[in-house]
Design a binder for this molecule. Structure first.
Ligand SMILES: Nc1ncnc2c1ncn2[C@@H]1O[C@H](COP(=O)(O)OP(=O)(O)OP(=O)(O)O)[C@@H](O)[C@H]1O
Ligand SMILES: [Mg+2]
Length: 218
């Protein structure tokens, strides 16, 4: 599903932030990405989402070499990804429904199909009935779940989450993680960057650990 092969990423100002990173995620695998602040977790996720490009090595998604992807193909590659960010990145002047519908609108689906899939997705995260609300009228946990509903609405085979529980209390964090486990149950591959070591230990999934840009455990 996802393969990093001797990947290096360098920012001219700071030098190598990922050095010789190699790992492989199989379809349907659930892995955490951990490591100290500045270890390179977000950078690694950005390489997969083609928000950045690596300097050496190869990143392969579904057998496709992302280094060789042309810029105009990036939107198509991103459709394979459900991206979830710590700061939600919701559009605050749009309703919950419109936020979740966005990927389907971009993909050109019809009204009925969009309505059906948005409701199914909101139902999945326990937010059916909040379609007409605006993000800022929801709690942090609810906003995060809107972000998750949007990320999964077009059924991507790979979910990438960057500190998805960073702002949430332990109970809500556990709920969000349970949601990711539900997606894994139906075959989705999951990669979650997190600082929350107690939660990682409790859940018992595979752990990829970065230390100053090097993969020290996988
Ligand atoms: N766009 C950028 N330009 C220059 N340096 C960057 C850029 N993005 C990240 N860095 C540097 O790369 C290193 C890794 O950053 P990254 O955000 O990947 O760490 P992280 O593991 O996600 O940290 P955190 O846990 O704090 O989110 C840091 O030293 C950071 O300053
Ligand atoms: Mg980060």
């Amino acid at each position: 599903m996802l393969k990093f092969d001797h990947v290096c990423k360098r920012y001219p100002e700071v030098g190598d932030v990922l050095s010789d990173v190699t790992f492989h995620l199989k379809p349907g695998e659930f892995a955490f990405l951990t490591g100290h602040s500045g270890a390179g977790k977000s950078t690694l996720l950005k390489l997969i989402a083609l928000m950045e490009r690596c300097n050496r090595g190869n990143v392969l998604l579904d057998g496709q070499n992302l280094n060789k992807a042309k810029n105009r193909h990036i939107p198509y590659i991103r459709r394979k990804l459900g991206l979830i960010f710590q700061d939600f990145k919701l559009l605050n002047d749009r309703t919950v429904f419109d936020n979740v519908a966005l990927p389907l609108v971009i993909a050109g689906h019809g009204h009925q199909e969009i309505s059906r899939r948005v409701r199914a997705s909101l139902d999945k995260v326990g937010l059916l009935g909040k379609e007409k609300k605006y993000p800022l009228t929801l709690s942090g946990g609810e906003q995060q779940r809107v972000g998750i509903a949007r990320a999964v609405v077009n059924k991507p085979p790979l979910i990438l989450a960057d500190e998805p529980t960073g702002n949430l209390d332990p109970e809500l964090s556990a709920e969000i993680m349970k949601l990711f486990e539900d997606f894994q149950q139906v075959g989705v591959t999951i990669l979650i960057a997190t600082h929350d070591i107690p939660l990682v230990k409790k859940m018992g999934h595979r752990v990829l650990k970065l230390d100053h840009g090097r993969m020290v455990a996988s």
